[in-house]
Design a protein around this ligand. Structure first.
Ligand code: XIL
Length: 432
């Protein structure tokens, strides 16, 4: 299986620039209510870690060939049970997942697999003002992550004052379409309101973190049963994106040390003992130094009895990310699941800007990475980071090297028609 060494910069998901706005939300503006709130504050965010996007050496697109790893998937017909909204369950056994015999949507393929697998999308408030967007989103997906509306700056723009409207809008839409929701994200260095970025001292930071987690989880308790408790706590050198991993300086780490992770998970567990609690990060998708670091970090949490249930692998492939490979991804997901954790591909997109990833490579990645998850019963879902190319966050973000071009990163084109990438994902979900 290939691995793509796009030796690009990764200050990336630090969102040094232009990160406060949900890119590509042009036509409708419904998200404006939230993004607007977020935008005014998140510019100052980043908890002092905003880091600049320094150049990138534009790595060779590299590599070819790819044969999915795989343990030889079962091919028999699926059971066809798996009702809508049916849980992330079935994650117990080591048996290979059995694909559906046929399906007309990704959602159906996921629901008919045994055990079922969630097919997710990042949903934006602006998108929900568009009928085509809504139709495709609900028909093809069973799982929702709010793209920006449940981040700290959107939900608690002023200390202790919560703003639920835009998030409720997405969550209620999801529930009415029998979709599950993952809360994204409780504790993150980015998209913090200014007041939170300037907190300091253990007592102050702990108090704010506790209040935020308790209020947010409390508000959504009946509707949201999985949470990204901590997002992107690990930093690497920007010249490789995976090298020299270490804990990221942030308002949380600076005040509380590495223990902020344990604390956040413990507070979340107290607030909702039945919720699934996740750690989520980027560039930990294949076997690499950052993934090793996160593996050890999470393993330590498991060994200490910290209530963590799963790990989300963002899977942003292409500039400015730098790694992906089917066999590597499969082995990496497997080692985390062997810790007794659920795993989830949580934010998948494959950026074609600047041709760092060719069209053929993109198709192979979509197939092989989805297959890697599908073949692992404890890989409970695959969430794509958006619905259609025109709305991808990558288009408008300088780190993604699009320069006004479309990232062509998703499964549907600007007219909401299925692309070849969609077919590759469907193939993988049907065991083909
Ligand atoms: C992105 C959104 O897609 C953008 O609209 C926003 O401007 C910045 O954040 N990792 C994450 C996501 O965990 O929350 C980020 O979402 C993408 C990277």
């Amino acid at each position: 299986m290939r691995s793509v060494p796009l030796t690009l910069l990764l200050s990336a998901f630090l969102c040094a620039t232009g990160c406060s706005d949900s890119g590509g939300e042009g036509e409708t503006g419904g998200a404006g209510a939230t993004s607007g709130t977020a935008g005014t504050t998140s510019g100052t965010g980043g908890a002092g870690t905003t880091s600049s996007v320094t150049s990138g050496t534009g790595g060779a697109p590299g590599v070819t060939s790819s044969v999915a790893s795989g343990t030889g998937g079962a091919t028999s017909a699926a059971s066809g049970t798996g009702g809508a909204g049916g849980g992330t369950g079935g994650a117990g056994g080591e048996e290979a997942r059995v694909p559906a015999a046929s399906a007309s949507t990704l959602r159906e393929a996921g629901e008919k697999a045994n055990p079922p697998i969630l097919i997710g999308a990042a949903i934006s408030g602006g998108g929900l003002n568009n009928n085509d967007y809504k139709r495709v989103a609900a028909a093809e997906h069973s799982y929702v992550t709010a793209e920006n509306e449940m981040k700290w700056d959107a939900l608690e723009p002023n200390a202790g004052q919560f703003s639920w409207g835009a998030a409720d809008n997405i969550v209620n839409w999801a529930v009415s379409n029998r979709m599950q929701v993952k809360g994204h994200t409780l504790v993150w260095h980015n998209q913090l309101p200014g007041w939170a970025s300037s907190l300091s001292g253990a007592a102050q930071v702990e108090q704010a973190m506790r209040r935020h987690i308790e209020n947010v989880m409390g508000h959504f308790k009946d509707r949201v049963h999985t949470w990204d408790v901590v997002n992107e706590a690990v930093l690497t050198d920007s010249d490789t994106g995976v090298g020299n991993p270490r804990m990221r300086p942030s308002v949380f780490f600076n005040a509380l040390g590495e223990g902020f992770l344990d604390l956040a998970f413990e507070i979340a567990k107290e607030q909702d003992p039945t919720a699934k609690l996740y750690y989520n990060d980027y560039s930990i998708d294949a076997l690499n130094d950052k993934a090793d670091f996160v593996y050890e970090m999470v393993k330590g949490m498991v060994e200490r009895g910290v209530p963590i249930d799963g790990v989300g692998f963002q899977m942003h492939i292409g500039p400015p990310n730098n790694e992906a490979g089917g066999a590597d991804v499969a082995a990496n997901l497997k080692r985390f699941s062997d810790l007794g954790l659920e795993v989830l591909i949580s934010e998948m997109d494959i950026n074609r800007c600047s041709n760092q990833v060719t069209a053929e490579e993109q198709l192979a990645y979509y197939h092989d990475i989805v297959e890697a998850c599908f073949q692992l019963p404890k890989c409970v879902g695959i969430t794509f980071w958006g619905i259609n190319d025109g709305r991808s966050w990558l288009n408008g973000w300088s780190g993604a090297l699009c320069n006004g071009q479309s990232s062509q990163s998703l499964l549907f084109n600007d007219q909401y028609q299925k692309k070849e990438t969609y077919n590759k994902v469907m193939d993988a979900l049907l065991g083909r």
